[in-house]
Design a protein around this ligand. Sequence first.
Ligand code: FES
Length: 150
Amino acid sequence: MSRFGIRNRLKKAMGLGQGPQIVRHELTYVLPNGTERKVQAEEHYSLLMAADAVGITISTGRRAGGTCPDGKCGLCRVEILDASGLSEQKDAEQQVIADHVAGTEHEGRPREPGPPAKPNTRLGCHTKIRGGGAKVLIPALFDPDSIVGE
Ligand code: FES
């Protein structure tokens, strides 16, 4: 047995080295052009994080990746086609969507009113993956030109 084998056996005997099991669930993103992408997403990730992890940047505005600092920009909109395995919508998320639609000030700056929300509109950064089977339409991807000149 190599010294690494001994190390691993000792770690196992001491209950070390076995990190928490990562659970993944399959969900489907439908891109703006209609293409479907099946993704193995880590449980508890948001729809936004899971999409970013495979190179899909959800953005209906200037959001260029990651989550906005306060979770209130409302630019990570998606439309839920099948809500299987997704977290319930909370009041705070509904309020962010309403504020975006109304165009209320964000981060101390005025903003244009967003497009009307649909009954299945959710925010990618607020919606968490709890199980498999979801199908999520992404209405818009990040457009690098949207941040030029600002
Ligand atoms: S990234 Fe800003 S609300 Fe989701």
